[in-house]
Design a protein around this ligand. Structure first.
Ligand SMILES: C[S@@+](CC[C@H](N)C(=O)[O-])C[C@H]1O[C@@H](n2cnc3c(N)ncnc32)[C@H](O)[C@@H]1O
Length: 210
């Protein structure tokens, strides 16, 4: 896929550096790791996909948990539309995560490939979020789970994300309705734990099952 088809919200090098500063100011990598450790159960045979991985905050949290729990059978995959973000990911990764450049609306993975999909702060950039959710659902195995981390609709987020192409933010209920509309079940809300409580001001976390 060539750079020329990149859409708004596909982060270039400058966005990548700015984003790095933003997430570290708010200790986002810490909060994500905290949440993944406490709430996202993994099995040794799981195939895991990080959708819109950026430079890998979520993938790295999963990888740390996999290491800690000695889940040697877990396979991790991640994709992003931005070559620059993927390059930044490669620079910090140990090469054990399969990376792919792709738009979430045109994923080449086979149907029913993944046990778990995690996605953070990406769906806000997709013009038709239902298409993206349907594509992710297609790639999940039956009874596979998705964890969605999203910027909530708020003045703070509107201001924070002005330099990042003004993503569309959602209320929890809107995301819940969208997930239900594309056929996800067992939709439930989660919160960042007490030790990273402030991140609940930023975002919502939703788990759903195919
Ligand atoms: C705010 S960053 C989040 C990155 C990472 N998930 C994280 O939590 O740190 C948004 C990411 O979504 C990617 N993105 C935007 N639109 C996309 C699309 N249509 N398909 C795949 N990735 C996309 C951007 O390139 C960027 O890396």
């Amino acid at each position: 896929m060539s750079d020329s088809i990149l859409t708004t919200g596909s982060y270039d090098k400058t966005d990548c550096s700015r984003y790095n500063v933003l997430v570290n100011v708010f200790l986002y990598p810490y909060g994500i790791r905290d949440f993944v450790f406490k709430t996202v159960a993994l099995k040794n045979s799981d195939q895991v996909l990080d959708a819109g991985c950026g430079y890998g905050v979520l993938s790295q949290a999963v990888q740390t948990k996999v290491g800690k729990e000695e889940l040697v059978g877990v396979e991790q995959h991640a994709f992003d539309i931005s070559w620059d973000m993927l390059k930044a990911f490669k620079d910090v990764s140990n090469g054990r995560i399969s990376l792919l450049q792709s738009d979430v609306r045109a994923l080449p993975y086979r149907d029913n490939s993944f046990d778990l999909i995690v996605t953070s702060a990406m769906l806000e950039y997709v013009p038709n979020i239902e298409d993206a959710l349907a594509m992710l659902k297609r790639c999940l195995k039956p009874r596979g789970r998705i964890f969605v981390f999203m910027s909530r609709k708020s003045l703070l987020n509107t201001l924070l994300f002005i330099p990042f192409g003004k993503p569309k933010t959602y209320k929890y209920k809107e995301v819940e309705r969208l997930l239900a509309r594309v056929g996800f079940r067992k939709i439930q809300r989660h919160w960042f734990p007490f030790s990273s409580l402030w991140l609940n001001v930023w975002g919502v976390i939703i788990e759903a099952t195919k």
